[in-house]
Design a protein around this ligand. Structure first.
Ligand code: ADP
Length: 167
């Protein structure tokens, strides 16, 4: 490895929507790596709560204070997305044993597809470990207050969506 080589980590996910738990992982990754590429992965088979454009806009605004983080939209094999941006590290977050089972299987898949990519897991901060995108979606759909769960920029996108739907 060349000494000057940039250490780049890819943080992939569906971020539907991004939560304070995701943001915390990204901020911690920014302290560990030269560059953090957050990959908003689009699965055409799934109907998301927020559109790709809404998620992207909210995430870019939510990460504006982090000079070494950027967001890209990706599809297909995640290891190919990592390769395309020069990331040797795949980063994921762990909240629980349920995450652990899923994440270890996923990491095994990444390793099978590209043994040169290392997957690292950051443990959720205890106070953020209960936050999930699905909880945010459920509470928002029921018109509950999601301000303690998401960054302000994501809240703005969620509120705009609720208003345009005439809610
Ligand atoms: P997926 O790729 O499974 O759709 P998400 O977009 O929900 O995942 O999340 C991306 C990554 O962030 C996953 O590794 C997930 O375990 C992790 N994560 C989700 N919520 C939190 C949280 N509150 N704290 C830490 N990590 C989290």
């Amino acid at each position: 490895m060349r000494l000057a080589e940039k250490r780049i980590a890819l943080y992939p996910g569906s971020f539907d929507p991004m939560t304070l738990g995701h943001l915390d992982i990204i901020e911690r990754l920014c302290a560990l790596y030269d560059e953090v590429v957050v990959a908003l992965l689009v699965n055409p088979a799934k109907k998301p709560y927020l559109t790709q454009e809404e998620r992207l806009e909210g995430m870019e605004n939510a990460l504006a204070h982090l000079p070494n983080a950027r967001v890209i939209v990706g599809s297909g094999a995640t290891v190919e997305v990592a390769k395309a941006v020069g990331a040797k590290v795949m980063a994921r977050g762990l909240r629980s044993v349920t995450d652990f089972e899923y994440e270890t299987a996923l990491a095994a898949g990444y390793r099978y597809m590209d043994p040169d990519i290392e997957t690292i897991m950051l443990l959720a901060k205890p106070e953020l470990g209960y936050i999930s995108s699905s909880i945010v979606r459920d509470i928002h759909a029921l018109k509950g207050d999601v301000t303690p769960l998401v960054p302000p920029a994501i809240y703005a996108v969620l509120q705009r969506k609720a208003q345009t739907k005439g809610e």
